[in-house]
Design a protein around this ligand. Structure first.
Ligand code: SF4
Length: 309
């Protein structure tokens, strides 16, 4: 005989507590992209995400560049050949350390070759930059923390450069995945609160006393293309509209200030002592590689299926 259990009583609604005492730019970016994703990842830890070959590629490349720039803090055109071979050496070592992140030996070999080809283009770019305006690398994988109105933010800056002539500081973020392809596109993402990373780095280094004049996204994804960074010069007031496809543009202090205010607001929303739910994104593209896709029954239908369901 089967004895039916009493129905479970509904738990009282309560507020949500994130597992981490600090906020990071990537957590805020996840929240900006999809509140539900943030909830799954940062509150529930709903899926043990084992990572992917793409994330192993990114980690290995970052590690190789960190070690490479320990030796080459002042890149010089006359060191080009040596820089090429030393970066290949560092890449081989870093990829070997991340070997477990690649599912097969073939995939591993393909990605190492892709990284070596990209590295050659990176050194070409480095040489051209050092000729144009000599600089010194003053920080690599720099751990940074910032306290804003009682909320703690934490992050790691990939590289910090200082112009030898002016002392101005550039924040450089290496990107081994898809990124904005123009300054206008990245600026739009900052203005619509879809990306907080470079604004956060700007504020943290400004608080540390640096004169930050440039924010740079450095693409290291495509081995077939020259390295063409997306650069935003920090300016006191918004400047006239730039060409949509231009890799360089400006970002005003007011834009950076708005991003900072939104970071604080999000922290308030997330720590408010009131029950709340987490909305799913309206953009089906955000779901394509989401680790929580199977659990997320309310995700938006892909564009092609909207009328077919
Ligand atoms: S599947 Fe889509 S809607 Fe659901 S959590 Fe992921 S990104 Fe958000």
């Amino acid at each position: 005989m089967i004895a039916l259990a009493e129905p479970a009583t509904r738990e009282a609604e309560g507020c949500v507590k994130a597992r981490y005492p600090h906020f990071s730019a990537s957590a805020l970016n996840a929240y900006g992209e999809c509140e539900r994703k943030w909830f799954y990842r940062y509150v529930c830890a709903a899926v043990d995400d084992p990572g992917s070959a793409a994330s192993a590629y990114g980690s290995a490349f970052h590690l190789a560049l960190e070690r490479f720039h320990e030796r080459y803090q002042r890149p010089r055109p006359e060191d080009a050949a040596k820089m090429r071979s030393d970066l290949e050496y560092e890449l081989d070592g870093a990829f070997a350390e991340h070997r477990d992140g690649f599912p097969t030996a073939v995939e591993f070999e393909i990605q190492v070759r892709r990284a070596r080809r990209t590295a050659r283009r990176y050194v070409e770019w480095l040489v051209a930059e050092s000729k144009r305006a000599p600089f010194t690398v003053i920080g690599r994988e720099l751990r940074v923390e910032l306290e804003l109105e009682g909320f703690s933010f934490i992050g790691y800056i990939d590289r910090l450069d200082q112009d030898d002539a002016t002392g101005a500081v550039t924040v450089v973020d290496y990107k081994t995945g898809a990124i904005a392809t123009s300054a206008a596109e990245y600026l739009e993402r900052v203005r619509t609160f879809g990306d907080f990373q470079l604004p956060f780095y700007y504020w943290v280094r400004t608080a540390a006393g640096d004169r930050v004049t440039q924010l740079v996204l450095l693409p290291l994804k495509d081995a077939l293309l020259d390295v063409r960074p997306v650069c935003l010069e920090v300016v006191p007031v918004p400047s006239a509209a730039v060409k949509r496809d231009a890799p360089s543009g400006t970002i005003s202090i007011a834009d950076l200030e708005r991003a900072k205010r939104r970071m604080i607001e999000i922290c308030r929303e997330l720590t408010a002592p009131a029950p709340r739910s987490f909305a799913v994104t309206r953009d089906p593209e955000a779901c394509t590689f989401c680790a929580y896709k199977l659990a997320c029954t309310r995700r938006p239908a892909p564009d092609g299926e909207r009328f077919g369901r």
